[in-house]
Design a protein around this ligand. Structure first.
Ligand code: 1GP
Length: 269
């Protein structure tokens, strides 16, 4: 659900410290499981849900997941509005597409990270997928969040599929240049990624270098598992941290809640 201040203002708001995003991959779980996990994530302090990840999930599956999560959040908002002890704003958490390409879209999403994979060697991820997706997004009125996407080593599947010229942990000058370029293109958000399931996170030095560029919201993800990882990213300048594998690897909902609460605590430290 879109928060009262609007999606873009909500994302760019810096008064809340470093916030947490739960990434749900609809290609890896049913809409029902995804929804249960999204509810538990919000109860544990997550403040945005990304839907996406896999490269070959069809629209239909993505749409079912977005719709199901949105309906659940609406019900929770209503329930909270009826209870004096609950705050309905807790449930006004946006569901945003984080697409692998123009195939994974849904009108039920509140917005989309409309991305340029800036360090891709492939025209497809620089502009072609965007050309395919833009008319659809226009037609269904999905709000676009102009986002630069830069992949760091080891990069994982997205680095491979996206044909990324990976940055390494010492490439802070290059990270700064990418951030500056992103801002000059008019992107509001820069997503620094080391790959889903990666054993290495984006380095503090590179986050810090990108942070030198004012008025650019930094999302950092890939391999964040612990409170310490989250704290390091936040202290280096991340405005948002993303975790995906953490949720998928959780044994059950209680374990998931504990893991997310931990990274949320690290981010907010
Ligand atoms: C992937 O950055 C995200 O795009 C999340 O990575 O799955 O390693 O948490 P993890």
């Amino acid at each position: 659900m879109i928060p009262d201040i609007g999606l873009m203002r909500y994302i760019l708001d810096t008064t809340q410290g470093c916030r947490h995003i739960t990434l749900i991959d609809p290609g890896k779980q049913s809409a029902e499981v995804a929804t249960r996990r999204a509810i538990a994530a919000v109860e544990s302090g997550s403040r945005m849900i990304f839907v996406g990840g896999s490269t070959n999930t069809p629209d239909k599956v993505v749409h079912e997941t977005c719709e199901s999560i949105q309906q659940a959040f609406e019900l929770q908002t209503f329930a909270a509005s009826q209870s004096p002890d609950s705050d309905e704003d807790t449930w006004k958490v946006p569901v945003v597409l984080f697409p692998g390409g123009a195939h994974a879209l849904s009108p039920a999403a509140d917005g989309i990270t409309f991305m340029m994979l800036m360090n891709s060697n492939s025209r497809r991820f620089l502009i072609d997928e965007q050309l395919k997706g833009a008319p659809y997004l226009e037609k269904f009125g999905v709000e676009t969040i102009p986002t630069g996407y830069v992949i760091f080593s080891p990069g994982g599947k997205v680095g491979e599929v996206g044909e990324a010229l990976l940055l390494d942990e010492n490439d802070s000058d290059l990270a700064y240049s990418y951030a500056l370029t992103a801002k000059m293109f008019g992107f509001k958000v820069l997503y620094l990624e080391s790959g889903s399931g990666s054993l290495k996170q984006v380095s503090g030095d590179c986050i810090n270098a990108a942070k030198k560029v004012n008025d650019l919201c930094l999302i950092v993800g890939g391999g964040i598992r612990t409170k310490e990882h989250a704290e390091k990213a936040a202290k280096s300048g991340a405005n948002w941290i993303v975790t995906g594998t953490l949720t998928e690897d959780a044994e059950d909902i209680e374990d998931l809640k504990m893991k997310i609460s931990n990274v949320v605590a690290g981010a907010q430290n």
